[in-house]
Structures are given as C-alpha cells and as structure tokens.
Design a protein around this ligand. Sequence first.
Ligand code: UDP
Ligand code: MG
Length: 167
Amino acid sequence: MKQQTLILIKPDGLVKSLTGNILTRMSETKLEIVAAKIARVSPELAQVHYQHLKEKPFYDELLTYLQGQLHDRRKVMAMVYWGDDAIGKVRTLAGATNPEEAEPTSIRGAYGRITSKGVYENVIHASSNEAEAEREIKLWFEPDEIILDAYKTKTVVLDGVKKRVWA
Ligand code: UDP
Ligand code: MG
C-alpha cells in the first residue's frame, strides 16, 4: 500500500553533520522524496507536533530539544517520503525510540544517545501510523510544498491571491 510519512532530522542530527548519512540510509528504502525543507520550529509547532506526550515528565525538555535549544541549531530538516509501506520501512530503518534499545545498525542505534536529563536524542522523527502521518504532514507542509496530491485541499483567496490549503 502506498503511504506517505514525515521524517524530521532533529537538531542533534544536524549538529552531528548526519544529514548526508541519513539521506543515504533513507535511499535504501527505495522510497521517493516528495517534499523537503529546512524549517524553524516555533514553540507552538513543537507543542502541536508532540501533543500526544503532553502529560509525560520529559515533555518540556522534549520541546526545547525539537526547537534546537539544546544544540544551538534552531531548525530541523523536514521531509515527506512516499511509496509502498513507507511508514513501516522508515520506522524500521530509524530503530526503536530509545537509542540504547534500538538495533545498532539502525539510525537511532548508530547515532542516538540519552542525555543526562533523560531525553532520548534520537536524531530523527518518523511518523508512527497513517493517522499520525496525515496530521504531521499537514502540520509541517502546505499543499504546494508537496509534489503529490497528498490529501484533500481547498482553494481560498488571501489578499486577492488564490492559495491552496488543506481542506
Ligand atoms: N522521548 C523521550 N523519552 C521517552 C519517550 C520519548 O525522550 O521515554 C522522546 C524521543 O525523542 C522520541 C520523542 O520523545 O523520539 C517522541 O516520542 P514517541 O513515543 O512518539 O517516539 P517516536 O515515535 O519518536 O519513536
Ligand atoms: Mg511518535
């Protein structure tokens, strides 16, 4: 089944100069890149992205991590990959959430670490299921930034200019 999935190279991945390695590993999946950009992460974007973890003790530290405050890199690289079983393939390549439990040759197993404050700095984010992928892709990208009719859109007029937005 064709799927789309959101990948983020988190600030620790950028600081460790892992962009090239991660893209090379990702190409093993034979999936297609249909969107890519460098994005700043506002506090609001971080909060909404990780809204399912709001009650966790590490939530506040996690938000500072995603925003790049722990690494002096206030950005992430955001991408959408598309193809057969995209979500599962990327999750397998990424490895387990906890880098110490992740398979050593997975991206998180090879490059992740646990900070002294207990946050898993695990280098990349990957959507965990189709509902999350849709929610996350719509959060990080506008329709015209994706080379694919990912999800339903509608046209609105803003200051006299037509614009496609998620329906
Ligand atoms: N995380 C953490 N400690 C935990 C669980 C999660 O620091 O016990 C962080 C980690 O960076 C992880 C992110 O929170 O990638 C999101 O957690 P989730 O459970 O969604 O894991 P993921 O989908 O990223 O594997
Ligand atoms: Mg998750």
